[in-house]
Design a protein around this ligand. Sequence first.
Ligand code: PLP
Length: 418
Amino acid sequence: MIKKRARRLKISKNIEIMNTENFAGTANNLLTELQEELAQWSAAGQRRVLQAVDSACSRTLRVNGEVLLNFASNDYLGLASHPQVVAALQEGAGLWGAGSGASHLLGGHLRAHQDLADALAAFTGFDRVLTFSTGYLANLAVTPSLAGRGAAIFADRLNHASLIDAMQLTKAGGAEIHRYPHNDTGALAGLLANSRAKRKIIVTDAVFSMDGDLAPLSALLALAQRHAAWLVVDDAHGFGVLGEGGRGSLSHCNLPAHPQLILMATLGKAAGVGGAFVAANATVGEYLLQKARTYIFTTAAPPALSMALQTSLRLLQEPQRQATLRRHINRLRAACAELPWHLLPSDTAIQALVVGDNQAALTLSQRLRAAACWVPAIRPPTVPAGSARLRISLSAAHRDEDIDQLITALQCAAKTLV
Ligand SMILES: *Cc1c(COP(=O)(O)O)cnc(C)c1O
């Protein structure tokens, strides 16, 4: 027994010696592999850069001591820094503390969370709302909870990454996956008709996040009804922007709540704060509460956020911000008609100017930056290869002269670059 232990000690000592000798070499090999990939991304113009911004979210942003007009934020209504929203956040922290302390089902679901959920249910017209810490987590909750073995997912090809990841999770659970060409209801109808899956789930962005166009929601709901399918709609970019009082894309398409319809929207974009919600029929809501792992196994968001969101939900219903945003959209689109680049059709705050080549998109973005406009270039794999673009985000926080400054900068760049 003693002998055996001695031998084991000796063996582990040998391993230790080997480790210290080879450690540096092994780690270097591991790092070299990653560095080679990083270098490939740089060479392909695909390397992303993280930039710390030295100012609160508003119409301008300060980076490296420069002040630039901000055409990159999703704060479409200018609520992120609104004094009433900030005050509600501060008051909320005073009332409810900084953290929720637990997951929703284990005591972290505070009255502030429930009040927000009730307000969102009343606002959207659905029976039941569950709130989530982020939109990414909300999307991971819905499709995987509904799908199981024998389910089939029908997803638009241009769906947001979080919907794609949600779909990948269903694959692990045995679901079939079908991706239909962007907004092609004919192709979708064919796929639905041919499917023998016992549970069918159609999943789409309402406003596509890199193009700004709308899904044909009425036609999709009609297909869902004809084929006894669920329709999951991600309205991250329509909520607060489109529809009556900012109710979103469903309201814009005159679609009231429907039992087969499950709405997800984020609260970190037009609502200006953070988090997300899923709105659905009472049964669906109760089902998700039992099954959604990203609701159950995570700490409830800080309750003060719910207080801030109740205030922003009131503010976003005031019509003047949507009207200002619309004016900016029209102004930009009218001017861009003259440019050599193609502005994708969009009535939303997302205006995508397609340049094509990765490097050309980067160069244009740099030119605009030199003219004090911050407009990010979006490259593959975020968008299809060959469709690198500038993603111009407009906001009610912008002033008319901000839009004019961007237009002038684009016109100057067109003269020298094309
Ligand atoms: C931003 C976005 C999300 C993710 O929402 P977060 O709250 O930022 O995690 C989901 N879907 C779409 C379409 C989005 O644009």
